[in-house]
Design a protein around this ligand. Structure first.
Ligand code: DAT
Ligand code: MG
Length: 148
């Protein structure tokens, strides 16, 4: 099985969307393997978004991520990296289809409420960064009702 790192950004937390977002991944059939509410500092946020450090919006992005607590999660399932990105929607909410999280709940690109890993390799790196203590080892008893 594959794993992805999903983070509800400070605006998603403040706007009361934690339950709704978790519910979408749960109802799809993915399994929650890690979950915590954390406030990260600037150097941690810079590390998470290191690939974007040359972008003009980098400073604003980091400021946004440290502006309040975030919900860090690991979700597990078949093709969860790619499907997680589909559930989240396009980076810019104005291009995100209705029915996606960003399409339903966000307007500005700089307040797009959620992060999801963009590749299996980046998911591995992000899970290691956010969950150095490790994640839960369990398998849902619904497994055989979700996978054939
Ligand atoms: P995503 O979060 O969809 O993986 P990304 O990794 O390219 O997108 O960028 C990370 C975040 O940076 C994104 O969620 C919002 C912000 N961002 C991206 N492009 C931006 C832009 N052109 N202007 C302002 N913020 C941007
Ligand atoms: Mg990204």
């Amino acid at each position: 099985m594959e794993q992805t790192f999903i983070m509800i950004k400070p605006d998603g937390v403040q706007r009361g969307l934690i339950g709704e977002i978790i519910s979408r991944f749960e109802k799809k059939g993915f399994t929650l393997k890690g979950l915590k509410l954390v406030s990260v500092d600037q150097s941690f946020a810079e590390k998470h978004y290191a690939d974007l450090s040359a972008k003009p919006f980098f400073a604003g992005l980091v400021e946004y991520i440290v502006s309040g607590p975030v919900v860090a999660m690991v979700w597990d399932g078949k093709d969860v990296v790619k499907t997680g990105r589909t559930i989240i929607g396009a980076t810019n909410p104005s291009a995100s289809a209705p029915g996606t999280i960003r399409g339903d709940y966000a307007i500005d690109i700089g307040r797009n409420i959620i992060h999801g890993s963009d590749s299996v390799e980046n998911a591995r790196k992000e899970i290691a960064l956010w969950f150095p203590e490790g994640i839960a080892e369990w398998q849902s008893s619904l497994h055989s009702w979700i996978y054939e």
